[in-house]
Every structure is written in structure tokens, then in C-alpha cells.
Ligand binder design. Structure first.
Ligand SMILES: *Cc1c(COP(=O)(O)O)cnc(C)c1O
Length: 498
């Protein structure tokens, strides 16, 4: 007798599980008049919908969902992305019908509570960044960047200063920075980092001339470092007549400790979908508010929520306190409506629950966790910048590479231990980069286990490198041809021809 494989076959697609005649629902007999069908030319009879029971469908999708890697199930130290655990209560609050069921075109007097929440959030983010104004309208970090650079452009043009066409960007910046500057029509010039990972001040001075529109700097940098020359950097740019843009996507390193405005920044964006209770992964939605210093605040994107002085609208005095405003020289709208409201509600709930002390503790814990990992692994993994890091630490798998084990292999091997890969090959200035962000949310036990696993993999790279280069061995599929998956995605099911 032929041997049958009794193991459950998870590889079969839902569509291929169809059994002719099987149904998942039963509709009652029609008790309303039948409506005419659309014209015959619009109807198709060849749609091969699968025939399945409800249970077939539920099991299929539930099992599929269990293959997802998530912060709710496993440690996720993906550098720069801040995949931290966020309290569920913030999701609950965002789902309150009074928030979730609002319509963006509702009259202002019927959404005063929502506008008040946005107003208070603007206020809080101004406090966090040390800025004079804030717009919550932008929908992602890169979107906030684009708004910020467009504001810089509008500012120079408003001064009649048409020569300023260059934006300087350090080589340790996030990749979206040069993209945003180019998109806003600027020429981008790169400034190298010095041996310590700070911006090379000499190179900056040489580049700061009257064509300079400004500098975009990620702080902390993608090396996970706080540029200790930052105040000097800001003065050099200002003296040349330029503006300083701060990429504050990783504010969890600085919360309650450093105000970017006080350091000399003119405009910054934050990633609420990193620091403020919405995870960055999963493709959205996000929120990348822009905060600006006094001289740039009039250029903020629309809307900015305003508090109406009671006397200003006497007739509506009792109903309208908050309204959607447009700053005097606004660059205009960056998106339809008023931003990703659900993400903004989460950020507000999160900040209110933590309070100023709690937010300060977030950055303290995030930085402590990263430095703990740094100190516990630097004997086995090369540390290109051997100094105290901020919320993330960048190692290089350079030593492992000598034995044929690359950063990618280390990352894949971590999956076998139920740990998400760190960010790899980024920042570009570090060879074989492994960028690890443990986040403030993880316990010491989790960090200790991660450290043990990383140490074990370093040992494997010496004793049995093929175990590492062949990883993952426990995942449903091993290594994908990622280039092919991106170039020739196979997204459409077609019935098998018999
Ligand atoms: C994540 C990140 C961005 C981009 O944010 P998106 O919301 O993905 O567009 C920009 N800069 C830095 C430093 C980041 O970490």
C-alpha cells in the first residue's frame, strides 16, 4: 500500500480547497422584490469562486494569521522602527464610537471634543519638541519631512531669497531625508561623519554658503548616536542663513530630556507610529506631525487646530471653542482632511496616561536597554563606534563575515529562536550593519535571552557556520529569492487547468 503523508498540508491555498457544492452560508428566501441585474455585458459567469464551509475559511485564515510575526507574540528589535509593545487601552480608547464614528466633514460644533483632543495633542508635542507650532495633518514620517522641507522652501521664498537651492544631509541620516529634500526640488549634498560618528564640522563649514537652504539631520542619527556637536552644527547653518530640519522619528531616545527647539532646530517631525503608541510595522496608518519654531510656524500645513478667543465668534460662543485653522502663510494641505485621527487619539491617550514623568522614563529605559545590549555583545560583535548609544545600537557582523557568515545570516538565524531580525545593512556607512533597537517595553529577562541567543549565534558562526548560513530551519519556508519576489510577485490565483 502506498504510504500517505498524514501531516497537515498548510501549503494548499484557500482557493484550491474548494469542494463543489459546499456552502458557508444559507440565505433566507427572498422576501423583497427582485431587482433587475446590470446589463448582460457587465455580468460574468466565469468567476471561479471557491466553495467552502465557514469552518474551512475560519481555520484557514486563523492558521495563516498565526504565521504572522508580531510584537504581541515575540521580541522585535527592528532598529529605527521602534516595534515596541503599546498598551491595549490606547486602542480601546481610539475605538470609542465617539471617536471612531466621526466623519471628517461633520460641522465643527458637533466635533468639539475631537478638536479639543487634537489641540491638546498639538500643545503637548510642542512642549515635547520645544517648538512654537504644530500641525498633525501629515500621515507618515516621510510625509512630515516633505512638509517641513516645503516650509523651509516657502520661508526662503517669502524672504525673497531665491538662491537657496541646496540641502545638506549627513551620511548617517535616514534614507527618507534626501528623498524628501529632492522631492521638494532641492539639490542634496552629503556631509560625512567623523571618526566618532558625529557630523564632520569642517566639511559642514566648507559647504555652508549662500546657496544653503538648510540642513536635515536625524537626531539621534541612524548610528544610534547623539551628535555631540549639534549646537555648533545649528549655529554654522544659521550663520550661513540656512534652516535646520530635525528628523525626530526616534523621539523615544530624547523624550523629556532634550528639546530639539532649545538646541537650535527650526522644524522637526515626529513619528507617532513609533514613539507614541502605534507600531511602525504593518504598513500604516501612521502620523508624522510637524512642529516648527516661531519663524516657521506660519508656514505649517493646514489644518492647525485653533482655540477661538471667546469674543471672536460672539454668535457661536457657546458651541465653538476649537476650530480647524489655516496658518497665515501655510504651505497648504498635505492630505485630505485632518490627519490619521485614530493614531492621534492613541498618541494622546498614551501621553496622558504616562504624564511628563512617564514620558521621561520611556527615553531613560529605551536608552538603558540599548546600552545594556551594547555592553553585553561588544566582545563578540564588532562595534564600529564604541561609545554610549541612544535608543539603538549598531553592530557590524564584520568578524563573522571572515568566516563566511553575514549580517543577513545572523538575522535569519535569530528567527529560529523566535526573535525578529534586527534592521540589516543600514545605516549604509556601516559594513554588515546589524541595527538593534530593544525598546523600553522589554523586560530584562527578554533582553538577557536575546543576548544569550546572539552570543550563541556568534559561537555557531565559528563552530558550525553552515547552521547559520542555512537558517532559518524552523520557519515555514526558508530563504526567499527576495529580488524575484519583489520583481515578479505572484499575486493572482488562477484555477488549475485539468
Ligand atoms: C522611520 C523613520 C522615518 C520615516 O518614517 P515613515 O513613517 O516610515 O515615513 C524617517 N526618519 C527616521 C529616522 C525614521 O526612523
Amino acid at each position: 500500500m502506498a504510504q500517505t503523508d498524514l501531516r497537515q498540508d498548510d501549503s494548499q491555498l484557500l482557493m484550491d480547497r474548494s469542494v463543489p457544492g459546499r456552502v458557508g452560508t444559507q440565505l433566507p428566501a427572498l422576501d423583497v422584490p427582485a431587482q433587475p441585474l446590470p446589463p448582460a455585458a457587465l455580468l460574468r459567469h466565469d468567476l471561479p469562486l471557491p466553495e467552502l464551509s465557514e469552518l474551512d475559511v475560519v481555520r484557514y485564515f486563523t492558521r495563516l494569521s498565526q504565521k504572522n510575526f508580531s510584537v504581541d507574540t515575540n521580541f522585535y528589535p527592528l532598529g529605527s522602527c521602534t516595534m515596541k509593545y503599546n498598551p491595549k487601552v490606547n486602542d480601546t480608547v481610539a475605538a470609542f464610537p465617539g471617536f471612531a464614528a466621526l466623519h471628517p466633514l461633520q460641522p465643527e460644533e458637533t466635533v468639539q471634543g475631537a478638536l479639543e483632543l487634537l489641540y491638546r495633542l498639538q500643545d503637548m508635542l510642542q512642549e515635547v519638541t520645544g517648538m512654537a507650532g504644530c500641525s498633525l495633518a501629515t500621515l507618515a514620517g516621510a510625509h512630515g519631512e516633505l512638509a517641513g522641507v516645503l516650509m523651509m522652501r516657502a520661508y526662503h521664498l517669502a524672504q525673497g531669497d531665491t538662491k537657496r537651492k541646496v540641502i545638506l544631509i549627513p551620511d548617517s541620516a535616514h534614507g527618507t531625508n534626501p528623498a524628501s529634500a529632492a522631492m521638494a526640488g532641492f539639490r542634496v549634498a552629503s556631509i560625512p561623519s567623523d571618526a566618532k560618528g558625529n557630523m564632520d564640522l569642517h566639511a559642514l563649514r566648507n559647504a555652508a554658503n549662500d546657496e544653503l537652504a538648510g540642513l536635515m539631520i536625524t537626531l539621534p542619527s541612524t548610528l544610534g548616536l547623539f551628535d555631540t556637536g549639534i549646537q555648533e552644527v545649528c549655529s554654522i547653518v544659521h550663520e550661513a542663513g540656512g534652516l535646520v530640519y530635525g528628523d525626530g522619528a526616534n523621539m523615544n531616545a530624547l523624550l523629556g530630556r532634550v528639546k530639539l527647539g532649545a538646541l537650535g532646530f527650526d522644524v522637526v517631525h515626529l513619528n507617532l507610529h513609533k514613539t507614541f503608541s502605534t507600531p511602525h510595522g504593518g504598513g500604516g496608518p501612521g502620523a508624522g506631525p510637524v512642529c516648527a519654531a516661531e519663524r516657521l510656524a506660519p508656514f505649517l500645513p493646514t489644518p492647525v487646530i485653533e482655540r477661538v478667543p471667546p469674543a471672536a465668534v460672539p454668535a457661536r460662543e457657546d458651541t465653538v471653542t476649537y476650530r480647524l485653522g489655516a496658518p497665515g502663510r501655510s504651505i497648504g494641505r498635505m492630505a485630505a482632511f485632518h490627519g490619521n485621527f485614530g493614531v492621534l487619539v492613541r498618541a494622546y491617550a498614551y501621553s496622558r496616561a504616562l504624564g511628563a514623568d512617564g514620558l521621561r522614563q520611556v527615553s531613560g529605559d529605551a536608552v538603558l536597554a540599548a546600552n545594556y545590549v551594547l555592553a553585553s555583545l561588544k566582545d563578540l560583535y564588532h562595534l564600529p563606534y564604541d561609545r554610549r548609544c541612544m535608543h539603538e545600537v549598531v553592530f557590524s557582523a564584520k568578524r563573522q563575515k571572515e568566516r563566511g557568515v553575514r549580517a543577513l545570516d545572523v538575522a535569519k538565524r535569530l528567527l529560529d529562536y523566535g526573535i525578529h531580525a534586527p534592521t540589516m545593512y543600514f545605516p549604509l556607512i556601516v559594513d554588515e550593519a546589524l541595527m538593534i533597537e530593544p525598546t523600553e517595553a522589554e523586560s530584562k529577562e527578554t533582553l538577557d535571552r536575546f543576548i544569550q541567543v546572539m552570543r550563541h549565534i556568534a559561537q555557531e558562526a565559528v563552530t558550525s557556520p553552515e547552521t547559520v548560513t542555512g537558517a532559518p530551519s524552523s520557519a515555514p519556508i526558508s530563504r526567499l529569492d527576495e529580488a524575484r519576489a519583489a520583481r515578479h510577485p505572484d499575486l493572482r490565483w488562477k484555477p488549475r487547468t485539468s
